[in-house]
Design a protein around this ligand. Sequence first.
Ligand code: FMN
Length: 365
Amino acid sequence: MKNTFGNSITITLFGESHGEQIGAVLDGVPSGILVDIDYIKNQLSKRRPFGCISTGRVEKDEFSIVSGVFNGYTTGTPICLLIPNSNTSSKDYDQLKYLPRPSHADYTANIKYNGFQDYRGGGHFSGRITAALVAVGAILQRALEEKGIYVASHISLLRGIKDKSIDGLDDLVSVNCKAFPVIDDDVAVQMQKEIENAGEQGDSVGGVLETVVLGLPAGIGEPWFDSLESLISHAMFSIPGIKGVEFGAGFSFANGYGSQMNDAFVLEGDQVRTKTNNNGGINGGISNGMPIVFRSVVKPTPSIYKEQQTVNLNTMQEQVLEIKGRHDPAIIHRARAVVNALTAITIADALAVKFGTDFLNKING
Ligand SMILES: Cc1cc2nc3c(=O)[nH]c(=O)nc-3n(C[C@H](O)[C@H](O)[C@H](O)COP(=O)(O)O)c2cc1C
């Protein structure tokens, strides 16, 4: 499947950055789920650009739900959500028809679609498309919270500046309320300064988003190929700009001994837990009841205002590219909402595969 992801619950994305509308279809969601419009708006606000660390293209993200919701609750049929594009400035992108931006999808899309792709604003590869994903993902994120399953992400690393880890539900709730997703407020100031500095120089920066899922019961995931790690990383790598995913101790497993890295089992009351969580809450592709912890690296925004070298696909000559248009010096703070939404969709799907369509009635009591 190309623009569709999921097994029991599926999301389909459509639209282009400067097309009339973007949208998403969410299918397989059980009936009777509250669709909290304010909650959806709040998640969308986390994806929207803000301050001087983001693009000048600010869309209102006014959405309409045209099917699958009646009297404020899901009906069980496909939910189609539409968001019009209004704040477009397509003439800024005329040059991109033949001058592909380094590190963006302009060149590969041109090759794949034989030049028929909508290149304006990055077309179907634009971060803009993620607005619809965030909106429909919010329906499931809210539903999971009702069942005690919480998702949050924070910027754990940005050009050497490190945030502290999410430690329990209080940190998770607090970071989810913040416009700039960093737990330590002093660290947040430093990171924003770093983004501003890059922007002033016409440059961009990336960083690492750490995601935590609390409250997921043990036993979720379908080895081999739909293991929880496989599903989550498939989802994360679908997000434009994400170039690496690691779980728990991740690549630092390479430096430790088994005796240091194994997560010893302990009893907390009658619950089996682990003393450490180096495996990020997953063993054998199945959740073990500990928090799910994974990190995704977001690359520096490809569109920068510094001069770059490219190839003119018309003349087949090397050429200097000066990018116009409106671009974020960093996308990581905005990508947080996208990561959370797609994590919620992925977790909800994995639960639906195990428990069936009415899964929300069967988890965590
Ligand atoms: C929320 C969000 C906003 C984005 N905004 C921009 C942008 O303003 N300029 C840009 O060059 N890339 C932006 N990107 C990243 C590109 O869409 C992405 O790098 C490009 O499609 C190439 O895909 P790849 O990086 O996964 O290879 C954004 C990504 C996201 C998730």
